[in-house]
Design a protein around this ligand. Sequence first.
Ligand code: ADP
Ligand code: ZN
Length: 730
Amino acid sequence: MKSPEAILQQYFGYDSFRLNQANAVENVIAKKDTFVLMPTGGGKSLCYQVPALVLEGTAIIISPLIALMKDQVDALRVNGISAAYVNSSMNIFEQNDTLNQLKEGKLKLLYVAPEKLSADNGSFLKLLEGLNISLFAVDEAHCVSHWGHDFRPDYLFLNGLKERFPQIPIIALTASADEITRQDIIKQLNLQEPIVLISSFDRPNIKYFVQPKQSVSSHILQYLNEHPNDSGIIYCLSRKGTEDMANNLKVNGVNAAFYHAGISSVERAKVQEDFIKDKTRVMVATIAFGMGIDKSNVRFVMHADLPKNIESYYQETGRAGRDGLPSEAILFYSNADLMKLKKFAMIEGNEEQSSLMLRKLQQMSDFAEMQKCRRQYLMEYFGESHDGNCNSCDYCLSDLENWDATMDAQKLLSAIFRLKERYGKNLIIDFLRGSKGVKITEYMRNLPTYGIGNNGDKSYWHNLIKQLISNDFLRESNEEFSVLKLTENSKEILFRDKKVNLRKVKTLSKAVTVNEIETFDPTDNVETNLELFDDLRILRRELAEQENVPPYVIFSDATLLELATYLPDSKEELEQISGFGAFKIEKYGELFLKMIVDYCKNHHLTSKIAEKAPKKYRAPKQTNKSEAGTYTITFQLYKAGNSVEEIAKIRNLSLNTIQNHLANFVEVGTIKASELMDIKKIDPIISIAKTQTIQSLKAIKEELGEEFSYFEIHIAVAFYKWQEKNINQF
Ligand code: ADP
Ligand code: ZN
C-alpha cells in the first residue's frame, strides 16, 4: 500500500497535507467514519480522493451538483486517475457504459447524484453490494438535514447506507453547518463514533474592504484598470442592475457579461461556461450565480449592493481565492441600501420571519459600519474567536489614531444608568441631545443628564455606542425591542474613573488605489516574470480548449505563478513545483518547459529553483500583495543594516510607517524586540499592557512618561502580543 503522502505527491503534485486533511485521510484509510467541516477552498476533495487511491476498490462519492461533478472528474482524469460520474444529464447508454466500468472494477472513483440512489427501487445500491467498494463520501452533507439551508429529499436515502454497508467507512463533508445541523448530519447518516474535524472558517488569503457607495461604476472601472489580469464577480441586487452594470463595463472596454435568473437556461449555461473557461473576465450577477462554480482563480468579489445577511456575504466572498492566492472582497455600502432592504425584509403577516431578517440585516450593516477588524467581526459572527489585527482588512490597514473617549462614554453610560437601562439607543441619543420629542417625558427632562450630549450629532453617538459595545463597555439586550444595558466594564468607567481609549480611522485604506508595488509571489522575494506568466496562461487555455475542460483543471494560477517565478528547466525541477504530479509532468511537462526555456534564453535568465524553499519550511502566506511588498522592502533594508530613520529616508515614507512595519515583524516573531530597543525597558511596558483590555500605547505612555518613546512602547507591545500568541509553545 502506498503512503498517502506519496499519493499526494505523485497524483496531485503537492508535498504536504493541510492539517485536517491529514487527519481525515488517515481516519478514512483506517476505515472509520469521519465528519469534515471546512470552508470553501479548504481542500475537502483530497480528504476522500487520496484514501480512494490508497484503498482497494472503488470510492462512491455522492454529490448534488452536476456541474461540479463533471469538473471534479475532469480534474481527476487530467491527473491520470480513472474516475467517472453518473447523473440524470446522461442518457441510458452512457449510464450503462459507466456502470459496466464500475462492475469491471475499472474505476477508482465514481461520482453519483443523490437521485440515482433512490431510482429504480434502489437498484444502484443493490449493484454496489456485489462489488468492492472502498468508501462512501457524502459531499455537501448539509443537504441531508432539514436544518441545513439546502435540504434535498433524495439525500434521505443515505440513512440506510450504514446499515447496508457496515464495513465501509463514510466520510461526510460540508462547508456550512451550525451545531444543530452538524449533529443532525451525523444522526441522519448514522455515522458510527465518527471523528469530527472542524477547520477554522477564516480565509486568510481574502482581504476585506468596505467602501462608501459613491460613484460605484467609476470606482469599479478604476479597480479593473489597476488589476488588468484579474477575473472576478460583481454582485448586484436586481436583474436590471446587473444588465446596466455589465453594459457600462462593456462600453468601457471591459470583457464582462451578466447573469440572472431571468435569462434562459441555455444562455445561462453559456455565460457561466465562458466565465469558467476564462473567456469572460468579469461576471456581473445576482445571487443566482455561484452555486456550483468551482473556478479557482476568482481574484475579486465585489458587492455593488448590500447583501441581506452575513451568511450570504461570506458565502459569496468565499468564491474568491480558492487557489489560495491573494484575493479581495469589496463591499460598497450605503445607508440608502440598508433602508431599501429593510422594506423588503418586512413580510406581511409573518412577524417572526420579518424580525429575524431585520436582525440579520442589522448585523450586515454593523459589519460595514463598525470600527473594528472586519475579519474579527466575521469570525466572531460564526462563533470563532479572533484577536483582530488581521493586517488584511481595510480597518487593520488604515491609518488609525487613538482617541480618548472617556468623557463622552461617561455621559452616555450615565444617561443609560439614569434611565434605568430600560431604553434602546435611539431614545438614549435623543435624551442625551436634549430632544423635545414626545418620547422624552417631563420626568426625563428633569434628570441632570438630559441634554448633556449636544456636542455630537446622532451619527457620532451611534458610532460611539457601537464601539463601546464592541469593546464590551456596553451591551444590547436580545429582546424584541433591544435595550442598552451596562456591563461590569461600564461600571468601571462610571464609578472608578477608568479611561476609555478607542481608535478611529484617520484615513481608510481602500481597495481602489494604485498599489505601491506589486509582488506576485506572496511567499518569497523572488521576482515573477509577468510576461511569461501571461504566456503560460495562454498555453493553459489552449490546452484546456483542446481537452474541453476549464483551464484551472489543468493547472491553477498558483502553479503558473511558481513556474514564472522559479523558471524550472528540467522535468526533475518541475517536481518541485506545487501542482505538478508525475502524470502531469509526463503529459504537459515538455510543453511548459519549452516555453520557459525559450523565455529564459531571450531574457538571459536561468533557473531559480534553488531559491525555492521546500514548502514545509516556508513562511505562512502573506495575504496582501501591496503590503507584503512594502513590508518586505522595509525588512530587507533593515537587515542590510539601515536605521529606522535611514529606511524612512530611502523609501520616502514617514518614520511612523517604517516603525509600524518593524513592529509588525516583531509581532510575528521575525525580528527580536531586543534588536530595536533597550531590553530593560521591555518588562515595565508589558506589565502595563497586561492590565489593558485593549492595548493603548497612549495610556501606557501616560503612565511611563518621557523616558519611554512611542516606538519603544509599540515594539514592546508587539513583542507581548507575539508572546501571547505563542504561549503554548513555551
Ligand atoms: P473545497 O472542496 O473544500 O472547496 P477543494 O478541494 O476544491 O476545496 O480545494 C481547493 C483548492 O486547494 C484546490 O485548488 C486544491 O487543489 C488546493 N489544495 C487542496 N489541498 C491542497 C494541499 N494539501 N496542498 C496544496 N493545494 C491544495
Ligand atoms: Zn482586520
